[in-house]
Write a protein that binds this ligand. Sequence first.
Ligand SMILES: *Cc1c(COP(=O)(O)O)cnc(C)c1O
Length: 406
Amino acid sequence: MSAPHTPVERADFDQVIVPTFAPAAFIPVRGQGSRVWDQSGRELIDFTGGIAVNVLGHAHPALVAALTEQAGKLWHISNIFTNEPALRLAKKLTAATFADRAFFCNSGAEANEAAFKLARRYAHDKFGPEKCEIISAVNSFHGRTLFTVTVGGQPKYSDGFGPKIQGISHVGYNDLDALAAAISDKTCAVVLEPIQGESGVLPADQAYLEGARKLCDQHDALLILDEVQTGMGRTGELFAYMNYGVTPDILTNAKSLGGGFPIGMMLTTNEIAAHFSVGTHGTTYGGNPLACAVAEAVVDIVNTPEVLSGVRDRHERFKRGLLEIGQRYGLFDQVRGMGMLIGCVLNDAWKGRAREIFDAAEREALMILQAGPDVIRLAPSLIIEEADIAEGLTRFDRAAAKLTQA
Ligand SMILES: *Cc1c(COP(=O)(O)O)cnc(C)c1O
């Protein structure tokens, strides 16, 4: 028996946690499917999926089984040895995608860090040290390490930390002319999110991704797709690039991959992977058996026609319900995104006020997300039940009614 837990409350956060976050006023203690309970026993509907992570909701029996089975066998063994779950997971992911090789790590930022280093190493080996420039998009988000914030197109995340990594430039998203003007023979990689997630759930135009692919080919640059948020079924295909028919050279994913257990990955081809030889890059935890066992169970469930077509059906259901609410209360007229990554673009009168809507939803026991100050974002479980969608939308309607009548 373990000792009884010390009682804790939300106020403790402000005393003992480094203040990088401002969490909501309640503390969730349990989840089941798309419902969550807080310390007081209040039941909430979860349209956030842990920010596009809990791809099969909370406490999915197959994931609990995979985790507990592996927990009784082998947690961690280091990369001095390989392990069965990592090999099975890599086989499944490479079989299901363009890729021949996988690199496992623990987060989206680490996956991108590996991708950027690999792109530079590849260009360095093949074309020489001059070819090291990386082009990414304004308002993009690629993680919080110094390399990934610098590649990310949001100075508020990269300024004030001393000298930045050099050779990185940013061009407007969905602006093919700007990309064409910026790319050169010094470019080693172009990095894009198929849907800009953090900065407003903004999908790439078909012609933009196709054009970016062509420009990369013309300049011997690699196309890196950051699918940390869009990957693993979230858009109704296993990866978002499949919706576009535009194949990257390197793909990164994390969030949904572990369904809530931390894991990230980078996928690439044999030719490119060969430039990370033994010792060039590494990780202690990456590819750990616990994480890979859970991710394997995620892939087994998500990569099925039923789940993927269910995501597309649910998108339509959400879109209809959300548009009705947005228009009834004058909050928004545009609902964008794909699958279970949905953005409601606030009208002029509500621009900058996403936080107020977030707070109003919370008062009605509904968990939603913002993507910047102007967009409400939903990233629920891919298998959220109809009853939970209906109840969540009812609560959203009530929140919007109270907010706009106040
Ligand atoms: C969340 C996110 C990241 C960072 O992932 P972490 O696991 O927080 O490091 C990187 N890129 C995109 C597109 C993301 O949405």
